[in-house]
Design a protein around this ligand. Structure first.
Ligand SMILES: C[S@@+](CC[C@H](N)C(=O)[O-])C[C@H]1O[C@@H](n2cnc3c(N)ncnc32)[C@H](O)[C@@H]1O
Length: 288
């Protein structure tokens, strides 16, 4: 649902395609946004690691790659992307198998970008709020973007913090909230409100050309509980099935969720009191 909202919002910008994808992850979002398609026999859950690390702490099950990760491409994207970057080598190895990026670069975005000044027409990033030194990152985005080019950002707003069941801790208990939360806010050190983001952009020398809300507190409440707590179990169960049975169940699953999710994929969805407040924005920025 969230990826559809993002892809849909990008089509409203003046440049829905980009040549630098910062924090590209496994590249699947950009691949599908660019018109690529993958055979239904494959999905990103086929080859995942454990959701529990060696120290007993939670870990990212997607931070894993092996020989079973083989996306079968049924349609190539309309355009390739010149460069993708990410912190995690495993995700870059997966992105490489999509044949979408001409170049993949492992980089911590808290560090300067390894690209010359004014080397990209359009820079896209949907994870800037994951980066501690976000002011440095924004200044770097401005530096590597050509004059007259664009920086396209999807940034979460801190209103999303209020879209959890934390205020009901007395009824639900700390363990319940911990299982649902899975420490996700710890990954987002620079979540901020609109005025703080806009101040950051001005400070980095980036002018706002367009600002559109792309998700609301209603989406955030749906996503708060979602399938997160049972995802590792579902994935293990699905991967234990024989491929024919898995494909049959998956096809019914996809059809059901498509019907349920379609009416929710609307940028200003407002189904609960105060439910239309934006929690994620798309900014189209131009170097000043
Ligand atoms: C929510 S994922 C988004 C991935 C991709 N853009 C997408 O839409 O599917 C966030 C990504 O940011 C990457 N990341 C987190 N911190 C980072 C950092 N400091 N430098 C570079 N990448 C980072 C993670 O490895 C992960 O791939």
């Amino acid at each position: 649902m969230w990826m559809t909202l993002r892809s849909d919002a990008l089509t409203c910008s003046s440049t829905p395609c980009y040549d630098l994808d910062l924090g590209c992850g496994d590249g699947v979002f950009s691949f599908i946004h660019a018109g690529g398609r993958i055979d239904p026999a494959f999905d990103v859950f086929h080859s995942v690691g454990s959701a529990v690390g060696i120290n007993g702490k939670r870990s990212d099950m997607f931070d894993h790659v092996d020989e079973h990760y083989e996306p079968v491409i049924t349609r190539r994207p309309d355009e390739v992307i010149r460069t993708g970057t990410d912190l995690k080598p495993t995700l870059l190895a997966k992105a490489c198998r999509l044949d979408l990026y001409q170049e993949l670069v492992q980089r911590d975005l808290n560090e300067p970008l390894p690209f010359p000044d004014e080397s990209f027409e359009t820079v896209y990033c949907n994870m800037a709020y994951w980066v501690r030194h976000v002011d440095g990152l924004l200044a770097e985005m401005r530096r590597v973007t050509v004059s007259g080019g664009r920086v396209l950002l999807h940034v979460k707003l801190d209103a999303i913090r209020d879209c959890t069941l934390a205020t009901r801790a007395g009824d639900l208990g700390a363990e319940f909230l911990d299982i649902i939360g899975r420490d996700r806010f710890d990954s987002w050190p620079t979540l901020a409100d609109r005025s703080t983001w806009e101040h950051r952009f001005r400070h980095a020398g980036l002018n706002i050309e367009q600002a559109i809300p792309l998700a609301t507190t209603t989406h955030a409440h749906l996503w708060d509980v979602g399938l997160r707590p049972i995802a590792p179990l579902l994935v293990r169960m699905a991967n234990g099935l024989d491929p024919v049975e898995r494909a049959g169940i998956k096809s019914e699953w996809v059809e059901l969720f498509h019907t349920l999710a379609e009416p929710l994929c609307c940028r200003d969805l407002d189904l609960v009191a105060g439910g239309g407040t934006p929690v994620e924005m798309q900014y189209e920025l131009r170097p000043g």
